[in-house]
Design a protein around this ligand. Structure first.
Ligand code: SAM
Length: 295
């Protein structure tokens, strides 16, 4: 009986029937592309580490197709959905899963430390979601920057975003987000998902990525704030050398930035994308030293 309902939730005619009955229409602004490929959600739920000791935080459950798969495996699922119109739909589709709780709200505004403490006491915590594409990076950065007690994030994002987020520092594809993510986590692309796996179908393909949150940072920083400001400035103007981009972006004299690069052993003509995480950290620490000397 349960099996039947689960498999039906990724079926187009079932989705139409449920949504039609609730008078629901898709919102582009909220990034509503619902999964209709029946193999994707079980795979994500399996790979995210959901088990009987784990609480899973889902962002944007939609009609609950992934939520059901998570609920079958996890001790508890807390799903944050912004769109109030989906609440009666979820009440119906999740009725048979007492270990699920839907929280109406904007994930960007919620106090996630409090949510995790209240919903998952004594549990390991994982995040699993098909993220709304318009806030992919902000959500990922919020989850990492707030240093929540999360073991791993397993999330579906657009393919380009996946490649950017998982790019290694020191490679062409690396951007500010890749470098920032690397500081907090070990990212990996798990598998690709074609655009036809969604309703409505978006214009691009997607990928499921996993960020395993590091227990300790891979580099020692004098100032985390200074490091992130440096990354933002260095990658902000990719066509410039890091020297020019950082000097302009942080409003610092070129000589001071050049001195810090020299102290860090970074070539003066290097671009941000050519720097490894170690180089970026050494650069940022040398810049912090030079600011201290000035003060
Ligand atoms: N999990 C469902 C699936 O895979 O079919 C739906 C995924 S859909 C890509 C993204 C979901 O995130 C939508 O249900 C949307 O309403 C919700 N959403 C959008 N912005 C949100 C926000 N700021 N906070 C929480 N949920 C949000």
């Amino acid at each position: 009986m349960t099996e039947k309902k689960e498999s039906r939730l990724s079926d187009i005619s079932t989705i139409r029937e449920i949504l039609g009955r609730h008078g629901f229409t898709f919102s582009r602004a909220l990034g509503q592309n619902f999964l209709i490929n029946p193999s994707v959600c079980p795979r994500m739920a399996e790979l995210c580490g959901a088990d009987e000791d784990t609480g899973v935080l889902e962002i944007g459950p939609g009609i609950g197709v992934l939520t059901q798969e998570l609920a079958k495996r996890a001790k508890k699922v807390a799903a944050v959905e912004l769109d109030q119109r989906l609440l009666p739909v979820l009440a119906e589709t999740l009725a048979e899963y007492p270990n699920c709780r839907v929280i109406q709200g904007d994930v960007m505004k919620l106090d996630l430390h409090q949510l995790i403490a209240e919903e998952f006491p004594g549990m390991k915590v994982a995040v699993c979601a098909n993220l709304p594409y318009y806030i992919t990076s902000p959500v990922i950065m919020k989850l990492l920057e707030e240093k929540l007690p999360i073991a791993a994030l397993t999330v579906m994002v657009q393919k380009e975003a996946a490649e950017r987020i998982c790019a290694q520092p020191g490679t062409r594809a690396c951007g500010a987000v890749s470098a920032a993510v690397q500081y907090y986590a070990q990212p990996e692309i798990l598998f690709q998902v074609s655009r036809g796996s969604f309703m409505p179908a978006p214009n691009v393909d997607s990928a499921v990525i996993q960020l395993k949150v590091r227990e300790t940072p891979p580099v020692a920083l004098k100032s985390e704030k200074g490091f992130f400001q440096l990354i933002k400035a260095a990658f902000g103007q990719r066509r410039k050398t890091a020297l020019n981009a950082v000097s302009a972006g942080l409003g610092l004299p070129k000589a001071q930035v050049a001195g810090a690069m020299e102290q860090a052993g970074v070539p003066q003509n290097a671009r941000a994308e050519q720097m490894t995480l170690d180089m970026l950290a050494a650069f940022s620490n040398a810049l912090a030293d030079s600011k201290e000397k000035e003060a």
